[in-house]
Ligand binder design. Sequence first.
Ligand code: HPA
Length: 279
Amino acid sequence: MLTKYKETAAYISRRIHGETPETAIILGSGLGLLADKIEQPIVIPYTEIPHFMHSTAMGHRGNLIFGTLGGKKVLAMQGRFHYYEGYGMQEVTYPVRVMYFLGVRNLFVSNAAGGVNFNYRIGDLMIIRDHINLLPNPLIGKNIDEIGLRFPDMTRPYDLPLIAAAEAIAAAAGIRLQKGVYLAGSGPSYETPAEYAFFRMIGADAVGMSTIPEVIVARHAGMRVFGMSVITNEACEFPPDYVNSGDDVIKAAAAATETMSFLFTKIIEQIAPSPVHCA
Ligand code: HPA
Protein backbone atom coordinates (compact mmCIF):
# COMPACT_ATOMS: atom_id res chain seq x y z
CA MET A 1 0.00 0.00 0.00
CA LEU A 2 2.81 2.39 0.90
CA THR A 3 4.22 2.21 -2.63
CA LYS A 4 0.77 2.92 -4.09
CA TYR A 5 0.18 5.93 -1.82
CA LYS A 6 3.56 7.31 -2.81
CA GLU A 7 2.99 6.68 -6.53
CA THR A 8 -0.35 8.52 -6.41
CA ALA A 9 1.21 11.36 -4.39
CA ALA A 10 4.09 11.64 -6.86
CA TYR A 11 1.63 11.90 -9.79
CA ILE A 12 -0.43 14.61 -8.07
CA SER A 13 2.73 16.43 -7.01
CA ARG A 14 3.82 16.60 -10.68
CA ARG A 15 0.40 17.91 -11.72
CA ILE A 16 0.56 20.67 -9.08
CA HIS A 17 4.14 21.63 -9.98
CA GLY A 18 5.70 20.23 -6.81
CA GLU A 19 3.80 22.58 -4.50
CA THR A 20 2.86 21.52 -0.96
CA PRO A 21 -0.81 21.93 -0.04
CA GLU A 22 -0.69 22.24 3.75
CA THR A 23 -4.45 22.13 3.99
CA ALA A 24 -6.87 19.75 2.32
CA ILE A 25 -10.63 19.89 2.18
CA ILE A 26 -13.02 17.00 1.61
CA LEU A 27 -16.31 18.25 0.23
CA GLY A 28 -19.38 16.19 1.02
CA SER A 29 -22.71 15.71 -0.76
CA GLY A 30 -23.90 18.90 -2.42
CA LEU A 31 -20.98 20.90 -0.98
CA GLY A 32 -18.69 20.71 -4.01
CA LEU A 33 -19.33 24.34 -4.94
CA LEU A 34 -16.79 25.46 -2.34
CA ALA A 35 -14.18 24.34 -4.85
CA ASP A 36 -15.32 27.13 -7.20
CA LYS A 37 -13.88 29.64 -4.70
CA ILE A 38 -10.39 28.24 -5.13
CA GLU A 39 -8.20 30.68 -7.06
CA GLN A 40 -5.84 29.64 -9.88
CA PRO A 41 -7.33 26.15 -9.79
CA ILE A 42 -5.67 23.07 -11.23
CA VAL A 43 -8.44 20.53 -11.72
CA ILE A 44 -7.53 16.83 -11.81
CA PRO A 45 -10.40 14.39 -12.47
CA TYR A 46 -10.15 11.30 -10.24
CA THR A 47 -10.23 9.18 -13.40
CA GLU A 48 -6.77 10.53 -14.36
CA ILE A 49 -5.13 9.75 -11.00
CA PRO A 50 -3.28 6.42 -10.70
CA HIS A 51 -4.76 4.02 -8.12
CA PHE A 52 -7.57 6.47 -7.28
CA MET A 53 -11.17 5.37 -6.85
CA HIS A 54 -13.98 6.89 -8.91
CA SER A 55 -16.92 8.86 -7.48
CA THR A 56 -20.21 7.08 -7.92
CA ALA A 57 -22.27 8.91 -5.27
CA MET A 58 -24.81 11.57 -6.24
CA GLY A 59 -23.70 15.15 -5.57
CA HIS A 60 -20.02 14.12 -5.76
CA ARG A 61 -18.30 15.40 -8.89
CA GLY A 62 -15.02 13.50 -8.69
CA ASN A 63 -12.29 16.13 -9.06
CA LEU A 64 -9.22 16.98 -7.09
CA ILE A 65 -8.68 20.74 -7.13
CA PHE A 66 -5.46 22.46 -6.15
CA GLY A 67 -5.16 26.23 -5.77
CA THR A 68 -5.32 29.11 -3.30
CA LEU A 69 -8.02 29.69 -0.69
CA GLY A 70 -7.74 32.21 2.13
CA GLY A 71 -4.24 32.98 0.87
CA LYS A 72 -3.08 29.37 1.42
CA LYS A 73 -2.35 26.50 -0.93
CA VAL A 74 -5.17 24.00 -0.63
CA LEU A 75 -6.13 20.69 -2.16
CA ALA A 76 -9.87 20.01 -2.31
CA MET A 77 -11.65 16.77 -3.01
CA GLN A 78 -14.87 17.51 -4.85
CA GLY A 79 -16.56 14.32 -3.77
CA ARG A 80 -15.46 11.48 -1.51
CA PHE A 81 -15.67 7.69 -1.46
CA HIS A 82 -18.16 5.91 0.76
CA TYR A 83 -18.42 2.47 2.29
CA TYR A 84 -21.96 2.20 0.87
CA GLU A 85 -20.56 2.48 -2.67
CA GLY A 86 -18.94 -0.89 -2.06
CA TYR A 87 -15.46 0.49 -1.35
CA GLY A 88 -13.50 -1.05 1.51
CA MET A 89 -12.23 1.15 4.31
CA GLN A 90 -8.71 1.18 2.78
CA GLU A 91 -10.21 2.61 -0.41
CA VAL A 92 -12.49 5.09 1.36
CA THR A 93 -9.50 6.55 3.19
CA TYR A 94 -6.92 6.15 0.39
CA PRO A 95 -6.94 9.88 -0.51
CA VAL A 96 -6.11 10.91 3.06
CA ARG A 97 -2.97 8.76 3.04
CA VAL A 98 -2.01 10.29 -0.30
CA MET A 99 -2.58 13.75 1.16
CA TYR A 100 -0.23 12.88 4.00
CA PHE A 101 2.53 12.02 1.55
CA LEU A 102 1.84 15.28 -0.30
CA GLY A 103 2.57 17.22 2.89
CA VAL A 104 -1.00 17.98 3.98
CA ARG A 105 -1.07 18.72 7.71
CA ASN A 106 -4.57 20.18 8.19
CA LEU A 107 -7.69 18.37 7.03
CA PHE A 108 -11.10 20.03 6.72
CA VAL A 109 -13.97 17.59 6.32
CA SER A 110 -17.60 18.33 5.49
CA ASN A 111 -20.76 16.36 5.01
CA ALA A 112 -24.52 16.45 4.74
CA ALA A 113 -26.17 15.00 7.82
CA GLY A 114 -29.52 14.35 9.42
CA GLY A 115 -30.12 16.39 12.58
CA VAL A 116 -31.18 14.07 15.38
CA ASN A 117 -30.84 16.84 17.96
CA PHE A 118 -34.30 18.33 18.51
CA ASN A 119 -32.88 21.87 18.36
CA TYR A 120 -31.38 21.48 14.88
CA ARG A 121 -33.07 22.90 11.80
CA ILE A 122 -32.52 22.26 8.08
CA GLY A 123 -29.69 24.49 6.86
CA ASP A 124 -27.93 24.65 10.25
CA LEU A 125 -24.16 24.24 10.23
CA MET A 126 -22.70 22.03 12.95
CA ILE A 127 -19.11 22.05 14.06
CA ILE A 128 -18.21 18.42 14.68
CA ARG A 129 -16.81 18.35 18.22
CA ASP A 130 -16.66 14.57 18.55
CA HIS A 131 -17.88 11.47 16.77
CA ILE A 132 -19.35 8.00 17.20
CA ASN A 133 -18.08 5.51 14.64
CA LEU A 134 -20.44 2.73 13.63
CA LEU A 135 -18.45 1.91 10.47
CA PRO A 136 -15.52 -0.52 10.50
CA ASN A 137 -12.30 1.10 11.73
CA PRO A 138 -10.09 1.90 8.71
CA LEU A 139 -6.92 1.19 10.70
CA ILE A 140 -7.75 -2.51 11.07
CA GLY A 141 -4.92 -4.52 9.52
CA LYS A 142 -1.17 -4.22 9.68
CA ASN A 143 -0.13 -0.83 11.05
CA ILE A 144 1.98 1.40 8.81
CA ASP A 145 4.54 2.55 11.38
CA GLU A 146 5.92 5.11 8.93
CA ILE A 147 2.63 7.00 9.22
CA GLY A 148 1.47 6.55 12.80
CA LEU A 149 0.97 4.49 15.93
CA ARG A 150 -0.77 1.13 16.22
CA PHE A 151 -3.13 2.55 18.85
CA PRO A 152 -3.61 6.21 18.00
CA ASP A 153 -5.14 8.55 20.57
CA MET A 154 -8.69 9.76 19.86
CA THR A 155 -9.31 11.91 22.93
CA ARG A 156 -9.27 15.11 20.84
CA PRO A 157 -10.05 14.11 17.26
CA TYR A 158 -11.21 17.60 16.28
CA ASP A 159 -8.72 20.40 16.76
CA LEU A 160 -9.77 22.72 19.59
CA PRO A 161 -8.01 25.90 18.32
CA LEU A 162 -9.64 25.43 14.88
CA ILE A 163 -13.04 25.02 16.58
CA ALA A 164 -12.41 28.20 18.59
CA ALA A 165 -11.42 30.05 15.40
CA ALA A 166 -14.63 28.90 13.68
CA GLU A 167 -16.75 30.03 16.60
CA ALA A 168 -15.09 33.46 16.76
CA ILE A 169 -15.46 33.99 12.99
CA ALA A 170 -19.12 32.90 13.05
CA ALA A 171 -19.92 35.12 16.05
CA ALA A 172 -18.33 38.16 14.38
CA ALA A 173 -20.26 37.51 11.15
CA GLY A 174 -23.57 36.72 12.89
CA ILE A 175 -23.64 33.12 11.63
CA ARG A 176 -25.63 30.64 13.73
CA LEU A 177 -23.51 27.57 14.45
CA GLN A 178 -24.34 24.35 16.23
CA LYS A 179 -21.66 22.19 17.81
CA GLY A 180 -22.21 18.51 18.32
CA VAL A 181 -21.44 14.84 17.90
CA TYR A 182 -21.52 13.26 14.42
CA LEU A 183 -22.39 9.60 14.10
CA ALA A 184 -21.61 7.59 10.98
CA GLY A 185 -23.55 4.52 9.95
CA SER A 186 -23.07 2.54 6.77
CA GLY A 187 -26.16 3.64 4.84
CA PRO A 188 -27.21 3.67 2.07
CA SER A 189 -30.73 3.36 3.48
CA TYR A 190 -31.70 6.27 5.68
CA GLU A 191 -32.56 5.45 9.27
CA THR A 192 -35.86 4.33 10.68
CA PRO A 193 -37.49 6.52 13.36
CA ALA A 194 -36.38 3.99 15.99
CA GLU A 195 -32.77 4.18 14.77
CA TYR A 196 -32.80 8.00 14.86
CA ALA A 197 -34.16 7.82 18.43
CA PHE A 198 -31.43 5.31 19.36
CA PHE A 199 -28.68 7.56 17.94
CA ARG A 200 -30.07 10.53 19.89
CA MET A 201 -30.12 8.40 23.04
CA ILE A 202 -26.47 7.37 22.69
CA GLY A 203 -25.33 10.99 22.32
CA ALA A 204 -25.37 11.81 18.62
CA ASP A 205 -26.56 15.20 17.35
CA ALA A 206 -26.22 14.47 13.64
CA VAL A 207 -26.03 11.32 11.54
CA GLY A 208 -24.44 10.58 8.19
CA MET A 209 -22.65 7.91 6.18
CA SER A 210 -19.11 9.22 5.90
CA THR A 211 -16.30 11.39 7.26
CA ILE A 212 -15.24 9.45 10.35
CA PRO A 213 -13.03 7.00 8.41
CA GLU A 214 -11.09 9.91 6.90
CA VAL A 215 -10.82 11.59 10.30
CA ILE A 216 -9.42 8.45 11.94
CA VAL A 217 -6.81 8.03 9.21
CA ALA A 218 -5.91 11.73 9.36
CA ARG A 219 -5.48 11.61 13.15
CA HIS A 220 -3.39 8.46 12.82
CA ALA A 221 -1.09 10.51 10.59
CA GLY A 222 -1.04 13.40 13.08
CA MET A 223 -3.07 15.86 10.98
CA ARG A 224 -5.16 18.58 12.59
CA VAL A 225 -8.81 18.04 11.74
CA PHE A 226 -11.74 20.42 11.47
CA GLY A 227 -15.17 19.02 10.64
CA MET A 228 -18.50 20.54 9.70
CA SER A 229 -21.91 19.01 8.99
CA VAL A 230 -24.72 20.71 7.13
CA ILE A 231 -28.05 19.64 8.55
CA THR A 232 -30.09 18.62 5.52
CA ASN A 233 -33.05 16.93 7.19
CA GLU A 234 -34.56 16.89 10.64
CA ALA A 235 -34.40 13.36 11.89
CA CYS A 236 -36.92 13.41 14.66
CA GLU A 237 -40.68 13.94 14.33
CA PHE A 238 -41.99 12.92 10.92
CA PRO A 239 -45.24 14.33 9.51
CA PRO A 240 -47.44 11.57 8.00
CA ASP A 241 -46.40 12.21 4.38
CA TYR A 242 -42.68 12.78 5.11
CA VAL A 243 -39.93 10.78 3.35
CA ASN A 244 -36.14 11.22 3.33
CA SER A 245 -34.74 11.76 -0.16
CA GLY A 246 -31.23 12.07 -1.54
CA ASP A 247 -32.31 14.91 -3.84
CA ASP A 248 -33.62 17.00 -0.95
CA VAL A 249 -30.44 16.31 1.05
CA ILE A 250 -28.30 17.61 -1.81
CA LYS A 251 -30.49 20.70 -2.32
CA ALA A 252 -30.33 21.59 1.38
CA ALA A 253 -26.56 21.08 1.45
CA ALA A 254 -26.04 23.20 -1.66
CA ALA A 255 -28.06 26.04 -0.06
CA ALA A 256 -25.59 26.13 2.84
CA THR A 257 -22.41 26.01 0.72
CA GLU A 258 -21.89 29.79 0.66
CA THR A 259 -21.82 30.05 4.45
CA MET A 260 -19.65 26.99 4.86
CA SER A 261 -17.24 28.25 2.19
CA PHE A 262 -16.99 31.60 3.99
CA LEU A 263 -16.18 29.90 7.30
CA PHE A 264 -13.64 27.47 5.82
CA THR A 265 -11.91 30.28 3.92
CA LYS A 266 -11.64 32.49 7.02
CA ILE A 267 -10.37 29.66 9.22
CA ILE A 268 -7.79 28.63 6.62
CA GLU A 269 -6.68 32.28 6.36
CA GLN A 270 -5.89 32.20 10.09
CA ILE A 271 -3.90 28.94 10.13
CA ALA A 272 -0.26 29.67 10.81
CA PRO A 273 2.04 27.96 8.29
CA SER A 274 3.62 24.89 9.88
CA PRO A 275 7.40 25.12 10.29
CA VAL A 276 8.15 21.45 9.63
CA HIS A 277 7.48 19.18 6.68
CA CYS A 278 7.98 15.49 6.55
CA ALA A 279 7.95 13.91 3.12
N1 HPA B 1 -29.05 9.80 7.73
C1 HPA B 1 -27.89 9.38 7.22
N2 HPA B 1 -27.18 10.12 6.37
C2 HPA B 1 -27.65 11.32 6.03
C3 HPA B 1 -28.86 11.81 6.52
C4 HPA B 1 -29.61 11.00 7.42
O1 HPA B 1 -30.70 11.36 7.90
N3 HPA B 1 -29.04 13.04 5.97
C5 HPA B 1 -27.97 13.29 5.19
N4 HPA B 1 -27.11 12.25 5.21
